[in-house]
Structures are given as structure tokens and as C-alpha cells.
Write a protein that binds this ligand. Sequence first.
Ligand code: URA
Length: 209
Amino acid sequence: MTLDELRTQALQCHSCLLASRRTNVVFGEGNPLSPLVLVGEGPGETEDLTGRPFVGRAGQLLDQALEEAGVGRANVYITNTVKCRAADWQGSKAINRAPTDAEAAACRRWLDPQLAILKPQVILCVGAPSAKNLIKPDFKITRERGLVFESPRARAILATLHPAYILRQRNMGGDGGYKEFVSDIRKAWGLAHKYVEETAVKVIQPSLF
Ligand code: URA
């Protein structure tokens, strides 16, 4: 199955109740050949309206951090644990909420094959929900962010703060951990490149002898 075929199927998904109020399925976008894949929590309002991941305020902070880390959004692939917006509805008003475990579990039917097709060298979980899903259920973001774990889905997996968390902390007068956010992205990118180079050496070396 190709990524486009998987996307076409995901756009029709009705595996959970989030499908009933969504505007768009936010499948993911970016460079499918990138050695680094970022996995966030799930789309918010702007993402739901546009069908693109991380394009609201949190997304703008992510873009800024990617630039500062010397990566650039176009060089990575970005997706989410859950592909439809999770919100509680009061009439026509939606209030964003975290996806439930059941919603995240239902969406594994898209995330798992998506990562299997992308085959990244490194996965960077953006925020605790993604890390709890892809690293371990008791992941503690403040204590374990930036640490490198083994994964069946990539050569390495690590997690960083969610940009929405940084924005909330800043609103309360704190620094929010932006410096750590940038340094985690830089670390993930550096690791991904190290693995690419190692693989290239392995491919080239036999022909030298
Ligand atoms: N937050 C996420 O986790 N993902 C998005 O796509 C947007 C905001």
C-alpha cells in the first residue's frame, strides 16, 4: 500500500465518533522520504478547517522552532496520533479536548501503517499524549523529554514538549521550555542524519572491496 492509498482510505474513516463532527481528516503532510517524522496529539480547529497538521498558533511556534533548529518544516513529515479533531460540543460551539484512549486506539489503524510506510529513522513525539501512545503509557514529559528510546517503528524515538503547552505556560508568565523544545528538535534531526549516514556507509562499503 502506498501513502496516497492509505490517505484515500483514511479520508473515508468512520471508526470512531470524531468522524461525525469533523470538517477534514488531517492525515499528515511533508517530505515522505524524511528521516524524521513528528507525531503530535491531534488536530485543533485550524487543522480541522484546513486538513493540514500544525497550522494554528501551536503550529506557528513549531515552524519557528524547526527553523531555529536548522531543520525547516519542508524537510520533515508531520502527522498526529489522532487524525480528526477531538472536541466537546455545546450546541455549535466546539471546545478542544484531548483524544480519549479509545479514539487514539481506533486511529492506530492509520498511524501504524503510516509509520510503516514512511519508515523514518527517528520519530519525535510532540507532547505527552503522543509519547504515551508511541513510547510507553507512563511517559513523563517533564522528566523524560529529550531522552532516546528504542522503538519497533524507527531506529530511535524521543519526545518533546507540545508547543500548545509552551504557549499556555507563556500566557501564565513562564518561559514554557521553548529552548528545550528547539534543542529536542535539533537532537532528533541530528540523530536522524547520523543514522542516514551510517546506512549510506553500509551500502557503499561492500563495493569498495
Ligand atoms: N496540536 C497537535 O497536536 N496537532 C496539530 O496538528 C495541531 C495542534
